[in-house]
Design a protein around this ligand. Structure first.
Ligand code: HEM
Length: 255
């Protein structure tokens, strides 16, 4: 899935620890962030403090050489040690979008060295770039950028940001928010979801009890990604990850 919703609200797999306006209109404060993939607006979006969305896309600027250098160094999202994150939505101004592709590439790399700088911070920082500009007329940002790193790499991440923000490319940025987050521990996440969701016991093939949670899509991905199912083992009727997944196939609420 290439389409992602970022929902700032009361809860989520990420706790918001700092919201800073760098330039332009701010986003309201929120306590937690949920990231949900899919094209349809998720139910969680209603009543949220803010919602931004974006889509991953093909590369526009990287050369073959740079693409190879990036692939050789970069790590994926979801590393267990990467418990810190930054969500940085950005909007560039009309002057930037009025340039031709070769002019933009020249500012982005030849003069601002975006990729050259970024490469120095790999693999400590993992990232995903989402584009929003072509999703509609009224998107508040052009890009939603997402970064994950270990707590010990936060100073390096801040140094990376300082380098990029001092570059010529950033002269074209007219709106930017810097939202910092901490991953909610699987145990706390589950505890919180259990409190807010209805829970019932189901009997599966007479073999064992399955806990059936009426959760949204986001918990299903949390369970798979964070192996929350481990925490079920303390319960009287232990669940294996496989039986949890089987439950997910049988009950559309997980999809
Ligand atoms: C972690 C190190 C980083 C690396 C390796 C990196 C690498 C890249 C690459 C390769 C592209 C071009 C993708 C393409 O070819 O279309 C890109 C674009 C972009 N990056 Fe980074 N980046 C890093 C950090 C950052 C940071 C910290 C920010 C934001 C504060 C950021 C914001 C952007 C934006 C907004 C674009 C899209 C630019 C445009 O299309 O006008 N990057 N980055």
């Amino acid at each position: 899935m290439r389409f992602y919703w970022f929902i700032g609200g009361d809860a989520g797999a990420w706790r918001i620890v700092k919201t800073q306006r760098i330039m332009g209109d701010p986003l309201p404060a929120a306590a937690g962030l949920q990231i949900i993939s899919g094209t349809a607006p998720p139910a969680e979006a209603s009543g949220a403090a803010w919602v931004v969305r974006g889509i991953t896309s093909n590369e526009r600027y990287s050369t073959r050489l740079e693409k190879g250098q990036l692939a050789a160094k970069q790590e994926g999202l979801g590393r267990p040690e990467a418990t810190r994150a930054a969500l940085i939505p950005l909007r560039k101004n009309a002057a930037w979008w009025g340039l031709t592709q070769d002019e933009r590439r020249s500012i982005f790399e030849a003069r601002s060295r975006h990729i050259e700088i970024g490469l120095r911070y790999l693999p400590a920082v993992a990232r995903r770039l989402h584009h929003c500009r072509d999703l509609g007329e009224n998107e508040p940002f052009d890009f939603i950028t997402w970064f994950e790193y270990a707590p010990s790499h936060e100073p390096a991440f801040n140094a990376l940001l300082a380098e990029l923000r001092a570059s010529e490319e950033w002269k074209y940025v007219e709106r930017e928010m810097d939202i910092r987050l901490v991953r909610v521990s699987p145990k706390d996440l589950l505890r919180r979801r259990c409190r807010s969701a209805s829970t019932s016991l189901h009997h599966s093939q007479g073999l064992r009890h399955l806990f059936h949670f009426k959760f949204s899509h986001s918990l299903a991905s949390d369970i798979n990604r964070l192996s929350i199912s481990k925490h079920f083992f303390r319960l009287k009727n232990p669940l294996s990850e496989i039986s949890l997944k089987r439950a997910s196939n049988q009950n559309n609420e997980y999809q």
